[in-house]
Design a protein around this ligand. Structure first.
Ligand code: DC
Length: 239
């Protein structure tokens, strides 16, 4: 008796705890977790490091031409068990989370060729399922047939506070207002861009975690799995 390995898509606004939630459900199901935002961030870091982002903004043409040489992969962090993002084989997990990358990543991710390149890679990495992927267009574009689609959100102030505390912990010198502006600006760009805008798939279930702990989110998820007819460990009963 085979077990169908589910594809679980987690989309939603920036800084609403998608990765914390997606990682937790992947751990619970014994699935692989994939952070598609890390890929857009890695391409952005590459552009910054290669002088394609300057006073005049982003040099789209040179970035598109360089795409075939930008290799992104993931590796398990032996220390934490979490994922490390590799850019051309180099661990960039820390660097891609900084403010400079955050400032430019929406610009980079609105380029259709960048999206095509990364969507192809995301589909390859998902293999035959048993995967939780988080992002903006996972349930709408990357895996429109995903078994479970979750659309996460939380109030902007709540999201900015979480991001702000994260950045402070990493030693970044930012103000709460700056972070709030960045969160709101990214919402605006992500939702209004022409290619794959952030939107809720019609068959996605909304999770607003403004007032929820991760334990409560997990409880919510277990109920959802149950309601959808999947057992605790995915879809073991259906084959
Ligand atoms: O999830 P995150 O904040 O790390 O994502 C960084 C940026 O990448 C975000 O501003 C939007 C973009 N992104 C995207 O356009 N599509 C995805 N599937 C994931 C992220």
């Amino acid at each position: 008796m085979g077990r169908k390995a589910l594809i679980i898509a987690v989309d939603g606004h920036s800084s609403c705890g998608k990765s914390t939630f997606a990682k937790a459900i992947a751990r619970e199901l014994g699935y692989t977790y994939l952070d598609s935002g890390a890929m857009y961030r890695a391409v952005t870091l590459w552009a910054l490091e290669h002088g394609l982002i300057g006073e005049e903004g982003l040099d789209r043409e040179r970035l598109v031409a360089a795409l075939p040489g930008i290799r992104i992969s993931f590796e398990k962090d032996p220390a934490t068990g979490g994922n490390l993002t590799l850019l051309n084989g180099r661990n960039v997990e820390e660097e891609i989370r900084g403010m400079e990358v955050s400032r430019w990543v929406s610009e980079v991710s609105r380029i259709p060729e960048v999206r095509e390149h990364l969507v192809r890679l995301q589909r390859q990495l998902a293999g035959h399922g048993g995967i939780v992927m988080d992002g903006r267009d996972i349930g709408t574009v990357v895996f429109p047939d995903a078994d479970i689609k979750i659309f996460m959100t939380a109030r902007p102030e709540v999201r900015a506070r979480r991001r702000y505390l994260e950045l402070l912990e990493k030693g970044e010198r930012v103000t709460f207002e700056e972070v709030l502006r960045n969160v709101e600006e990214r919402d605006r760009i992500d939702s209004s861009r022409a290619v794959s805008p952030l939107r809720q798939a019609p068959d996605a279930v909304v999770l607003d975690n403004s007032e929820m702990s991760i334990e409560e989110e997990l409880e919510w998820f277990r109920k959802l799995l149950h309601e959808k007819g999947y057992g605790e460990k995915g879809d073991e009963d259906r084959h």
